[in-house]
Ligand binder design. Sequence first.
Ligand code: 0L1
Ligand code: MG
Length: 255
Amino acid sequence: MSQALEIAHLLDDAARHAKAVPQIDPHGELSLADAYAIQSASIQRRLARGERRVGVKMGFTSRAKMVQMGIDDVIWGRLSSGMQVEEGAALKFARFVHPRVEPELAFVLKKPLAGDATLVEALAAVEAVAPALEIIDSRYQDFKFSLPDVIADNASSSGFVIGAWSDPQQDFGNLGLTLSIDGRVVQVGSTAAILGHPLRSLVAAARLSAAAGEPLQAGWVVMAGGATPAEWIKPGQYISIEMERLGTAGFHVEE
Ligand code: 0L1
Ligand code: MG
């Protein structure tokens, strides 16, 4: 087995058994292409177990996070059906290593979108938009990673919850939002924190997934990226997002 495949198995097993592993590339020496190849192989294992590919998640979509990581482009990960959590559902905490949650905006596409799309072309491919929550759960010990580490680990993607879908023919570029834990607001932000406008994140998703030979498909979800810093979650909590005009979404965390 190649070393890349061995790492893919290690990370997939870590996610499957919720058991942290040491960083695979603490000094960030792997190329990003190799890191994405590991990510792809790890998702292939999920698909081989019967999960379906359902979309893409975008990461490091805020300037602050890019500066912190010393990068000048977003990263992306692959969403599979096993990561989707019904709105309002209860999730077992034991399914995760050390989960955090961040408020996002989700797109669902009505047609394929590939390559260097303009903002107008991107909007024309959107069926609907919704408030969403992403559960990020790095598989690395202490949530510590280099850039290749986190890419190989599917950009920490672990779960996502989507609220009711709304017509995208409205201005969703600067919608106020809150993230609450047990009804207490813990983060306040705006969809404008996602690359200045979430549509820019969709354009980036189209570019990056096409470059990887996996262009965005009709019916796929694109999680646009965190609109505020992430918060740790604990058993017993109810986590929710409230987004101006688009509504709410939430989930319970069970022991
Ligand atoms: O923005 C993101 O979703 C990036 C997730 C990867 C980094 C992290 O785990 O904090
Ligand atoms: Mg995210």
